[in-house]
Ligand binder design. Structure first.
Ligand SMILES: [Ca+2]
Ligand SMILES: [Ca+2]
Ligand SMILES: [Ca+2]
Ligand SMILES: [Ca+2]
Length: 132
């Protein structure tokens, strides 16, 4: 799989989970088949669960791929279609850019919403059943 293709799948999985709030450009509807492929990609040790470590390491990859100028912040200009309101909501310290902590705190709260049985791991079923 090419690096570019991996990036597309990764970003698509985020939106599939309803995790696109900090990165509105990623908000694209996906089919169940695509969600399944993305789930398998996130599940790097192939145990049938996406745990927090796997989730966090993929989020780091996404953050790095979006942060084009590699200054460790995501600016609105690095997003394809930034939503000023959502961007502002996620920019907790109002410095006009999103730090990894700002993005990750949002994503972890979404992780908890998808993790319906609260065991700290996402199953494919939880992902497919999740409705924002
Ligand atoms: Ca796993
Ligand atoms: Ca940046
Ligand atoms: Ca900020
Ligand atoms: Ca779970």
């Amino acid at each position: 799989m090419t690096k570019h293709r991996t990036k597309i799948l990764t970003t698509a999985f985020v939106s599939a989970l309803g995790l696109a709030t900090a990165v509105p450009a990623l908000a694209v509807q996906r089919t169940d088949k695509e969600k399944t492929e993305l789930f398998q990609q996130f599940d790097t040790n192939k145990d049938g669960f996406v745990d927090r470590d796997e989730f966090a390491s993929e989020m780091i990859n996404i953050f790095i791929s979006v942060d084009k100028d590699a200054d460790d912040f995501i600016e609105a200009g690095e997003l394809t279609n930034p939503d000023p309101k959502e961007f502002g909501d996620n920019d907790k310290n109002k410095d006009g850019k999103l730090s990894f902590d700002e993005v990750m705190s949002e994503k972890l709260s979404d992780f908890k919403k998808v993790d319906r049985n609260r065991d700290g791991k996402l199953t494919l079923q939880e992902v497919l059943e999740y409705k924002k």
